[in-house]
Structures are given as C-alpha cells and as structure tokens.
Ligand binder design. Structure first.
Ligand code: GLN
Ligand code: ZN
Length: 760
C-alpha cells in the first residue's frame, strides 16, 4: 500500500488583493513604519499558511514567503552582501535587504534577471570575494513560527547550493568548487539545526537539474548531497526539480536523499518516459508534480487520477507526494473573485487556491478510490469539455486557416537587397536614418486620461481627442528635433501585450489575475483561451492620423506573435506554436490593413523572442524555427516598397543573430547601450546584412547623453557595420521617461548623427 500525501512547493506572496504589494509600497514610501509593516506582513504570511491548512494540504511549505525574492533571501541568510552596502556582520538589517534589491542613495541595486524561463525576476547574488556565514537560520525561523502560531509542522524550503551558485555572478568558472566548499558546511549547519528541531522534511530546490548539465556537474551533485546525507540521521531531504525533464535521470534519482520532486508537466513527457524505462527507487519518496504550477487551466481530475494510479503501479513507491509541477508563485491567487468572465471560462480556470483543492482531491481519490471524489471528477470533466467544445475554441475560419497554412506566403516577394533598393527610392532617407522605438512618455496626464475613459467618466470622443492632441504634440516634437522616421507615440496603449489582447478575438482579461514579476511589481497576463482571430483594425486609426500630420514616414507599431504569447497565459489544449500562428495570421490582417491605409513602414516588436527559448539547448532550434515562421507569417505579405521593422531588447543576442536575420525584417532596432555595446563584438565575427540600428543610449536613466558620447558609439559600430544599412535609435521605447529628458536626449542623438554623416 502506498502512502499518499498532499503537498506543494510554494504559495504566491502577493495576497488575494495584492495586499503584499500595497504594504511593501506603503513602507517604502514612509507611509507606515517598520513595526506596522512587519506586523502586516506576518498577518499575511500566517493567513496564507492557514488557508493552505484549511485546504487539507498535508505537508505545507514554510519559508517560501519572501519580502522581495527567495534568491535574495538566500544571499542574506549567508551574508552574501555586496561591499557597497557596508554590511558589517550580525543580522542583516531590513534596510540593507531592500537596498540590495532596490538601490539607495549611496549604492546601486544588484542586477535582476529572469528566473529560468519564467517571467519572475530574481536578484543576482554577487559572490566576488564572498566569505559566507550564516546570519540567521531562516527556514528554522519560519518552521517555528508556523508550528507555534498555527500548529503546522511545515516543510522548510531552501534554495539548493548548486543552483544558488550557478545563478550567481562575480566568480570565475574555476572558482566554483572552492566557493561550493565554503557553502556546503553552512548548509549542513542549517540542516542539522532543522533536524534537531524535529523537522521531518526539508525541500531543497535544485531547478538547475532541469537544465542541460555536464557529467561533471552531476559529480558535484553527488559529492554535495553525500556530504549532506552523511551529516544527518533523521531529517528527510526532498530534492526538488522543476521546469523541465531530467537529462541525467538515473543519476539524479540515485542521489543520497529521501525524496525526489519531479515535474511531469513542463518536461514534454521526458520524466514519465524515464520512469517507465528505468523505474524509480522504491525506498525513496516520489513527489509527483502533476498539476501545472505555471499555467491557469483546470485539470480533468479523471485523467490526473488515472495517471497517478499508473505512477503508483509502475514505481510501487512506499510514499507518494501529490503536488503541482512547480511553486505556485507563477499563477494568480484565486479564481473566486473573477466575476466578469463568462462562466465557461471562469469554470475552466484554476489559480493557486483551486490548484491546492485539486491536489487535495486527487490525494483523497488515490487513498479512498475514485468514487470518493466522483462529483468533483464529473464537474471537472464537464468544465474542461465545455471550454474545449465551445465555439471560442473552434472558430471555423481559424481552424481552416491553420489547416491550410501553406496557402499563406511566409516569404517576401523580393530579396532583401532588391527591396531595400526600392525602399531607399521610396523614402529618400539620409544615410544613417534616425528613429525611435515607438512609445513616447506616458505622462501622469496620459494615464489619468485613460483612467477617466475606462471608468466611463470620459466619452470615447473625449478620449480620442485627447490621444490625438498627444499625437499632434509628439509629431511636432519629433519634427523639431529632426528625426527622419517618426512614431505615433503609443499614447493609447496601457501595455504592449494587453492592448492587443483587448482587441483580438480569443483573448480575455482577468480582473485580479496578478502574478509577481519582480519585487512588488505584479503583472496581469492576458488569458488566451480561444482561437485567436482578427476582429477589426487595432492600431490603424492612430497610425493613419499620425501619418496625416507629417510628410516624414511614421512607423506602424505592432507587438509580435512570440511576445504576445510569452507574456500571456496560453491555452494548453493545442500546441503553443499553433497559438503563435493564429496570432500571426491576425497580425497579418492588421499589417495588410495598415499598408492599404497608406502606412509604409511597419514595426513588429519581438522583445520576448529570446527569453522564450527553452531551458534545454537541444530544443532551441525547433523553437526558433517556429518563432521565425510566425513572424514571417505576420509580415511577409507586404509590397516590396513597404519596410518591415522589428525591435528587440535586454537579452543576449550573440547566439541568435542568424535567427534575427532569418526574420527577414528590413530593419531591426536592438538595445545595445545598456549592455555597454557588447553586441558590437558579435558583429566583428558575424556578418549582418540587413538594416540594423544599435541603441545609442540607455533609456532607463534620466541622464541626457552627450553628443560626443553617441558619436563614439557610432564610430565604433560603423567599424563593423555597413553605413548603408545602419540606423540610429535609442535602446528601447521612451514611455518611462519625462518629456524634457526625451527631447534633450533625442536632440543629442540627431546632432551626433549629423556629425558622423559629415565624416562619412
Ligand atoms: N514599441 C514598444 C515601445 O516603444 C517596444 C517596447 C519593448 O521593447 N518592450 O515601448
Ligand atoms: Zn525594447
């Protein structure tokens, strides 16, 4: 008989109504003092734990809650504080903790970057010269709190040492082992203290195991976890992996730990295949992640229960944990407050609380038999069937189009060389044309106007007039500055994905579906629940109006299929790339409409193309091929004289230059200044033979770049890039900047362009 236990890996911090965010921001702005803040936070933390207990979760994670980020928590626990924050030992003050995350008057914040392939950002540990020591046993503290205040014997969660070090910076690869040797004894102390306290299970997260690792990395795992195991007697270690399959499955499940946590959802079937092929050690606990921790769809409980039964039969493990595939940090809190959605859609959703309910039900079904949860099984089947069979998921034109994709060209009529010649004729631009990325400042005035319109206080006419006035001013400013290719300014858009989501068929916006992106910042990804289709023009009115104000070309401005996909919650009943193609076909109609209405340059932004790369390198090619195809599907039906632009930013580009070229856009504008022009080096080795603009100044800073500085950047870039194909632009959109900053910075840019042109 297998013992079955319900558990999970981590709960959202933000609260049902983003209470967490609000408290944090009140504290940061000085509206509440530290005591009130800490009290609010404790209440929230305990409330979340109580909720999980009420949901009948047997083994509840503790210590996963954070005031900002769990990687930062780990750094602080080990006293890994960059020198500039002047930490001198002892418990790390709250002020220092937030300063590392957010910067202060004296020191800049630590870098932040994406947590694996999610949209959650962590604070990158700076290990340069670190002499780690334990500043407090954080997991123990939260274990005790849950036990004393709520009678919960929780499962402390810690980020494992190997993942932690691999995510850190400030050391050379050959220093890895020496650093690890410093951390291992500290981890052992933490674990021994937990053991002494009587903790039964500790969850050590090592998601790095789900990436492509070398054999020698696996040896490091063996040594490290042997060191842990030989220092403990009673404490059980659950080695938790997530986000992908395990390439070194046999070695991983043989590590000297008591339980292995495996993702059965985001592995494309690899883990289940490994279990069927190699089995699973009977003496270990299998923590089976079978409810999707990263997406929001309700499960068919019958299928899940049958799968769990098969897992039990195949492995014959003594103990099985039923759990989500990853932490629930990546999904919103509850569907309960979604009153605006259709009942078919609302019924088909499962956020964090609903997922815990599913976990508890499956556990019950496994222990007592399917009949014990018969009603719930039937409800779940009905809900999933209802949405799958709904017309929204079966739009005939979309189905036909996807079946006949080959009927849509994905190739421009003429080659780039031929087109570009025609376009030069058409636009009569100077050498090194200057342009911007799309958005102009979203001033408080703009945001206020949108709010007034959304709340019904302003009529459509009033709001349209306002947006037009903004465009009048924006176009006038760009002409005064002397830019060559203009933009309409994106004043009508709240967000580059949400705006399209609101206007395309197959999308819905939740009222409260927030997830943490970084720190207190939350995002509300649109829900792509049905077949995506074009309903009516999305951006044409604004683009045409802006173009009517000037003789210079104004770029139409769209968000690309891969970026829309990456920043949304996507239906999972059909492959993701098929959804990307649906979006692409809808955008293709928008592109064609813009062209028909006289717009001659159209930019399709793909800033998220690079970040959507799979964790495993051997899956890159297939992903990139589909992303390229989707982009081309959206953009290739235009005339030779219509110029297609794209834009990308804040990623590493050196390994995807060929992909960028394969998009076959006439011009790409790419961020380069923020990353200190590193990308220029790539072009020393690789030829890029289409139009390209490298960002000449960082738009994150209010600082106005000097003409000379931009000239230097341009000179350097022109050593490796062809002046006939070179464009000049900032790194990214200007929406976060103030108007006067934008005017002054762009003036410097245009001035530098003039100077360099004279020298060519
Ligand atoms: N066109 C968008 C803008 O200018 C692009 C934003 C982005 O790359 N994230 O704001
Ligand atoms: Zn950008």
């Amino acid at each position: 008989m297998t013992t079955v236990i319900s558990s999970h890996l981590g709960y959202p911090r933000i609260g049902e109504n983003r209470e967490w965010k609000k408290t944090l921001e009140r504290f940061w702005s000085g509206k509440i003092n530290k005591d009130t803040f800490l009290q609010d936070i404790e209440e929230l933390r305990l409330h979340h734990l109580q909720k999980q207990k009420d949901q009948n979760i047997d083994l509840i994670p503790v210590g996963d809650f954070s005031l900002y980020d769990h990687v930062l928590d780990t750094s602080v626990m080990f006293g890994v504080i960059p020198e500039r924050f002047e930490y001198s030992g002892g418990p790390v003050p709250l002020e220092t903790y937030f300063a590392i995350a957010r910067g202060n008057q004296k020191a800049v914040a630590s870098e932040m970057t994406k947590w694996f392939n999610t949209n959650y950002h962590y604070i990158v540990p700076e290990l340069g010269g670190a002499e780690p020591k334990i500043t407090e046993n954080r997991p123990l503290k939260f274990y005790r709190e849950a036990k004393e205040k709520l009678g919960i014997s929780g499962k402390p969660v810690i980020l494992g040492p190997i993942t932690y070090l691999k995510l850190s910076k400030g050391y050379k690869p050959e220093e890895f082992q020496a650093l690890l040797n410093k951390f291992v004894p500290l981890y052992i102390t933490i674990l021994q203290e937990l053991e002494k306290e009587g903790v039964e299970w500790v969850q050590i997260d090592e998601p790095i195991l789900a990436t492509s690792l070398e054999a020698q990395d696996i040896d490091i795992f063996k040594e490290t976890y042997e060191a842990f195991s030989s220092s403990l007697t009673d404490l059980n270690i659950l080695l938790q992996t997530y986000f992908e399959g395990l390439d070194h499955y046999q070695e991983v499940v043989s590590l000297p730990v008591q339980g292995i946590g495996i993702d059965f959802i985001h592995d494309e079937g690899a883990n289940w295949a490994s279990i069927k092929k190699y089995g699973f050690p009977k003496d270990k606990v299998l923590a089976a992640g079978i409810i999707d921790g990263r997406n929001i769809w309700r499960s068919n409980l019958k299928e899940k229960l049958e799968w769990l039964q098969e897992i039990v039969e195949t492995t014959r493990v003594e103990t099985l944990f039923v759990q989500p595939s990853s932490s629930l940090l990546h999904v919103p809190v509850t569907v309960k407050n979604e009153s605006k959605l259709s009942s078919t859609l609302a019924n088909a959703l499962s956020f964090a609380d609903e997922k815990l309910e599913e976990i508890a039900l499956l556990t019950k079904g496994l222990c007592q038999g399917a009949s014990a949860i018969e009603n719930e099984i039937n409800e779940s089947i009905a809900a999933v069937e209802a949405i799958n069979e709904s017309i929204s998921r079966n739009v005939p034109q979309v189905r036909d189009a996807i079946r006949n994709l080959s009927g849509f060209s994905s190739k421009r009529n003429a080659s780039f060389k031929e087109r570009y010649k025609i376009q030069l004729q058409e636009f009569q631009l100077p050498l090194l044309p200057t342009t911007t990325i799309g958005s102009l400042p979203q001033t408080p005035e703009v945001r206020k106007a949108r709010r007034a319109w959304k709340s019904g206080e302003w009529s459509n006419e009033e709001y349209d007039r306002f947006v037009k006035e903004q465009m009048d001013e924006g176009i006038k400013l760009q002409e005064e500055i002397g830019l060559d290719v203009l933009v309409h300014g994106e004043f009508e858009r709240n967000d580059m994905v949400e705006y399209f989501g609101e206007k395309l068929g197959g999308f819905e916006t939740s009222s409260n579906g927030w997830v943490q992106s970084y720190g207190s910042r939350c995002v509300k990804p649109p829900l792509i629940y049905g077949d995506v289709h074009f309903i009516k023009p999305i951006t044409v009115k604004e683009s045409v109006y802006a173009q009517s104000l000037t003789n210079k070309p104004v770029k139409g401005m769209l968000t690309g299929p891969q970026t829309i996909l990456n920043w949304s919650f996507v239906r999972d009943d059909i492959p993701r790339h098929e959804v990307a193609y649906q979006i692409a076909l809808a955008l293709r109609k928008e592109v064609e409409t813009l062209e028909a209405e006289g717009i001659k340059m159209i930019q399709v932004d793909e800033p998220a193309l690079r970040e959507g790369l799979p964790l495993k390198q051997n899956k890159w090619e297939a992903y990139l091929e589909k992303a390229v195809y989707a982009f081309r599907l959206a953009t290739s039906s235009v005339k030779d004289s219509t110029q297609i632009h794209t834009h990308m930013c804040y990623s590493e580009f050196d390994d995807i230059i060929d992909t960028i070229s394969a998009l076959d856009a006439d011009v790409i504008s790419i961020e380069a200044a923020r990353s200190h022009g590193e990308i220029i080096r790539t072009f020393e080795e690789k030829v890029y033979d289409k139009g390209i603009g490298l960002g000449v100044y960082d738009i994150h800073s209010p600082r106005i770049p000097e003409v000379k500085e931009i000239e230097d950047i341009l000179k350097r870039a022109l050593q490796v890039l062809d002046p006939e194909l070179f464009w000049i632009n900032p790194d990214c959109g200007l929406k976060t900047r103030k108007k006067d900053e934008v005017a002054a910075s762009l003036k410097s840019m245009v001035e530098a362009a003039k100077k360099i042109r004279e020298q060519l």
